[in-house]
Write a protein of this length. Sequence first.
Length: 150
Amino acid sequence: MQSNTVDVFTIGFTQSNAERFFNRLEKAGVRTVIDVRLHNTSQLAAFAKADDLAFFLQKINNIRYVHQPLLAPTDAMLKAYKKEKGDWGVYEGRFLDLMGERKIEQRLKPEMFEGACLLCSEALPHHCHRRLVCEYLNDKWNGALSVRHL
């Protein structure tokens, strides 16, 4: 790992209970959770609803909560992939194009991610947009992010 890289984490909350979820964040030393879900009031996990999550993060681990829909897919993309069981490769391409259109690499800076953890619902990063965000930014920022999936 380069000394000039920024440590950033990613995490999903499905297939996890609250204890395991918050313990992973604490053990990693996360200071800020950046919620990259478009809809952050999901009923998938009670502890992951926006207001509750912000409260629990602050109370349990003194972690700051930020909702960042700039890093989320559009409703149409979500529907095509999730509800209509779309192809991951198509979704990935469209999502990366969206990040390019939004010019996220110009609107954000690597240091904004220091000690942060990108949050979405997917348990694993393989088919998840939080991984794509990190890869996109690393490509644009010449590997400035040292990414670890929790």
